[in-house]
Design a protein around this ligand. Structure first.
Ligand code: DX5
Ligand code: ZN
Length: 220
């Protein structure tokens, strides 16, 4: 079985020491950088934008997984490709023509992801599953780090895994929000491939160790 991945969320990093935190991830067992872009419209918060991503990409030596929590993401697909994104995830709820958006992301040479809010059914993705490289299942309402994990997520992940398997698709399942060492194992059992972790990593005493422990939990 392919190894399960850990993607620390930069949202919980110390932005006054961003290079230090990026190098910590470079030198850890983490697999990806998870980068949250919020526009203050799709979600009730504003995170950071292009200049910050550009500088993160300068130092990061691992896959850059960008999670766009913005309306009308089509406007910025090329920009995010040019900034160094490897995976670009848009919200199902923000895309009127999701199929077209996913093709546009792939045309720019990136992997295409779709994020779904807690209220969105995974069944809505059935007819488009072959076009999605990654589904980001939101296990909190998007917009903020440090929120509690929504328990209904396990059920959604199981059903999504079923859809992927039945359709012979290669889509990865990513979980985003409230991930800790307490729910990591159960999430992987349900079918998750990638776990995003923000606060649990950055607010811990030893983030490098925390990442290693998570990585071990999901791969044993
Ligand atoms: C929430 C973001 C998450 C967030 C996760 O809207 O999409 O990526 O950083 O943070 P934690 O792990 O603290 O819930
Ligand atoms: Zn995210």
């Amino acid at each position: 079985m392919a190894s399960k991945l850990i993607a620390p969320s930069i949202l919980a990093a110390d932005f006054a020491n961003l290079q230090r935190d990026i190098e910590m991830i470079n030198n850890s067992d983490a697999d990806w950088f998870h980068i949250d872009i919020m526009d203050g419209v799709f979600v009730p918060n504003i995170s950071f934008g292009m200049p910050v991503l550009r500088d993160i990409a300068k130092h990061a030596t691992k896959t850059i997984d960008v999670h766009l929590m913005i309306i009308d993401p089509d406007r910025y697909i090329k920009t995010f490709a040019d900034l160094g994104s490897n995976i670009l995830t848009v919200h199902y709820e923000a895309c009127t023509h999701l199929h077209r958006t996913l093709q546009a992301i792939k045309d720019e040479g990136m992997k295409a992801g779709v994020a779904i809010n807690p209220h969105t059914s995974v069944n809505a993705l059935e007819d488009i599953i072959h076009d999605i490289d990654l589904v980001c299942v939101m296990s909190v309402n998007p917009g903020f780090g440090g929120q509690s994990f929504i328990e209904n997520t396990y059920k959604k992940v199981e059903r999504l895994k079923e859809i992927i398997t039945l359709n012979n698709a290669n889509t990865l399942i990513e979980i985003d929000g409230g991930v800790t060492s307490k729910n990591a194992e159960k999430l992987v059992e349900a079918g998750a491939d990638v776990l995003v972790a923000g606060s649990f990593v950055f607010k811990s005493d030893n983030p490098v160790n925390t990442i290693s422990k998570l990585k071990e939990i999901v791969n044993t």
